[in-house]
Design a protein around this ligand. Structure first.
Ligand code: FEO
Ligand code: CA
Ligand code: CA
Ligand code: CA
Length: 605
């Protein structure tokens, strides 16, 4: 079958060395190119990008800022066409507008542009004949921009809850816009899930919220002080709903998993309340043997939790209208769980990352149900409260406090789940949770990867085992671990964020955000099984000041996509004093890149 390779999946490319070059660097024998960048035309009628002549009207039709998630979906049966779905997580105004100072004094049209630069894009792609290179297609029939003004619909048990009602939506059913869309996933039924992550930063007026609501704001990191943070974008100056003094429930309408149907550009995207509300990094679905959809999710905050959702409904095969309608409702009802871990070597964990005598950081675990259908399983909390204030439900049942769970993703071939725990520099500080076997280092700067195996090979299982195949950092650092592989051969890796699998399922691809080893971020690949398990190799590096997002390996294994997010995001940098001039030689612009092998063979192997 396609994508399965002649050498059994062993990674053969020569690792890219750590570097600080302001460019995308790929291994010898590979080439790469920008697919689409901030400001490029998405929807018909979009004008050419001009940094000195931007408008919200233009930005609503152009590719947004700070691309994060990348998914590449089939476009019919034509292997030379595909649909790209990308997230636009946040804006960095000082890198977007000349002379920007603060949201308090920014011209309102700049705030409107920044609002429009958030959200998601759907872009039709065409293959450059006989290569792994992709470019935007001239056929824009599926192209779409979703932004902070797009109408959404709530589904699930908290739809219509008093906690979701506002003056503009007295029924609590139709939120407007999506914000801080970080990572996501493509579902087995052909839709895209996207996580609304650090939504807390968009609001002002937390001090004016009724006192009984403040603990909830605090748990979600929303400012309850008299004055908003100095870097607040001041969306409230354009739309009053972002002022919580006047609209205290508006913040409850963000922090959800969003589902969009990229094949239906007129469809109303939905926010699924059954999947809970937290700082959603992303969501990745897999089908259980019995056809139920199982979704894995992380809450990216220091000491927050890993979650899973098991649908009530079962997946329907085929492409009939009835099957499609069924599958679009899979995430409306089910059981929401949070992870609680057990350990095999608890007494040996001293916070230094020293490997226990049994040679593994490993243990058992339970998925603790919080809500089953419309039944609350958390004493003292209603279903609506659990779903809107999910973090508090996790607190109440004693879920395990992790080192910032970013992507949590099942391997479609093996069903094992891999989560990137990016770092946690507060681990072990006074008053904070100390190291445990799954989060084995105090003041954890470099992060680790956890591998979870559901018991009995059932994705719906309520128990599992886990281990840490990789504890990241400089391999010379004794606190690192690479599944026992020869540390003199592996690439240094720091702050794993997003993960992906190639079609063989044998290799994990890991992108990083915030490298603490003095080099640029990058994309790495590592075999998960066999004698080279743990042999981490750097596949590419991104420009200065950027993080690497995506990643995505196409089903034919001919192309690797990454999102280059925030090139040149360095303190003191600006449009006129850029720290990165990638990709065009003037100032940094976020862009999606694809890499391919010059000889046309499969990537990686
Ligand atoms: Fe947006 Fe958790 O990274
Ligand atoms: Ca152990
Ligand atoms: Ca991320
Ligand atoms: Ca991150």
């Amino acid at each position: 079958p396609e994508g399965v390779t002649e050498n059994d999946g062993r990674l053969t490319f020569r690792a890219v060395p750590p570097n600080t070059i302001d460019a995308v660097i790929t291994p010898n024998g590979y080439d790469h190119a920008v697919v689409i960048e901030w400001g490029d035309k998405v929807v018909d009628g979009a004008p050419d990008f001009d940094i000195d002549n931007q408008s919200a009207r233009a930005q609503k039709r152009q590719f947004g800022y700070n691309n994060d998630f990348v998914g590449v979906l089939p476009w019919g049966y034509d292997e030379d066409r595909a649909l790209l779905v990308a997230n636009h997580e946040y804006t960095n105004e000082v890198l977007m507008f000349r002379g920007y100072t603060t949201g308090d004094v920014a011209p309102l049209d700049q705030i409107e542009i920044a609002m429009a630069a958030h959200g998601m894009s759907v872009v039709g792609l065409s293959r450059v004949e006989d290569t792994g290179q992709w470019k935007p297609s001239r056929n824009r029939r599926y192209n779409r921009r979703i932004h902070v003004g797009t109408k959404f619909e709530f589904t699930g048990p908290a739809r219509g809850s008093a906690l979701l009602k506002t003056a503009a939506d007295t029924k609590g059913t139709t939120p407007v816009g999506t914000l801080n869309n970080c990572s996501g996933g493509v579902t087995p039924w052909g839709t895209v899930l996207s996580g609304e992550e650090n939504f807390n930063q968009y609001f002002t007026g937390g001090d004016g919220v009724p006192a009984d609501q403040k603990p909830f704001l605090v748990r979600y990191g929303i400012d309850t002080g008299k004055h908003h943070a100095a870097d607040n974008r001041r969306f409230d100056r354009v739309e009053e709903r972002f002022d919580l003094t006047k609209h205290p429930h508006e913040a409850n309408r963000f922090g959800w998993i969003v589902e969009i149907d990229p094949y239906n550009p007129d469809s109303t995207p939905r926010k699924h309340t059954a999947l809970g509300r937290f700082k959603h990094e992303g969501a990745n679905a897999i089908l259980a043997k019995d056809g139920r959809a199982v979704v894995y999710m992380g809450d990216d905050e220091r000491f927050d939790y890993m979650y899973k959702f098991v649908s009530e409904r079962k997946f329907a095969k085929g492409n009939s209208r009835k099957a499609r309608e069924n599958n679009l409702r899979l995430l409306e009802s089910g059981t929401l769980y949070v992870a609680k871990l057990g350990y095999t070597s608890a007494a040996e964990i001293d916070g230094t990352g020293k490997l226990p005598a049994d040679g593994q950081f490993n243990g058992t675990g339970r998925w603790i149900p919080l809500v089953r259908g419309t039944e609350s399983l958390v004493p003292g909390m209603s279903v609506e409260e659990i779903l809107v204030h999910t973090r508090l439900a996790g607190d109440a049942v004693g879920a395990t406090k992790m080192d910032r769970p970013e992507d949590v993703q099942p391997n479609p071939k093996t069903g094992k789940i891999y989560a990137a725990l990016t770092n946690n520099t507060d681990r072990g500080k006074p008053g904070k949770a100390a190291a445990d076997e799954a989060n084995p280092r105090n003041l954890n700067k470099h992060g680790q990867i956890i591998e979870i195996t559901e018991d009995n090979g059932e994705q719906t299982s309520e128990t599992f085992t886990w281990d840490l195949p990789i504890v990241c950092g400089d391999p010379k650092d004794p606190s690192t671990f690479f599944a026992g592989f020869d540390k003199t051969k592996v690439s240094p890796i720091s702050c794993p964020d997003n993960v992906a699998f190639d079609a063989s399922g044998k290799n994990l691809w890991i992108s990083t955000d915030g490298n603490q080893l003095g080099a640029n971020d990058g994309l790495f690949a590592v075999p998960l099984t066999g004698p080279e398990r743990g042999f981490v190799k750097q596949f590419l590096s991104v420009p200065f000041g950027a993080e690497t997002c995506g990643p995505w390996v196409t089903d034919d294994t001919k192309s690797v996509f990454v999102a280059v997010q925030h090139p040149g995001e360095v303190t003191g940098a600006s449009v006129d004093n850029p720290a990165s001039t990638w990709p065009n030689g003037d100032y940094g612009k976020p862009a999606v890149v694809c890499a391919w092998r010059i000889d046309g063979r499969d990537v990686g192997v």
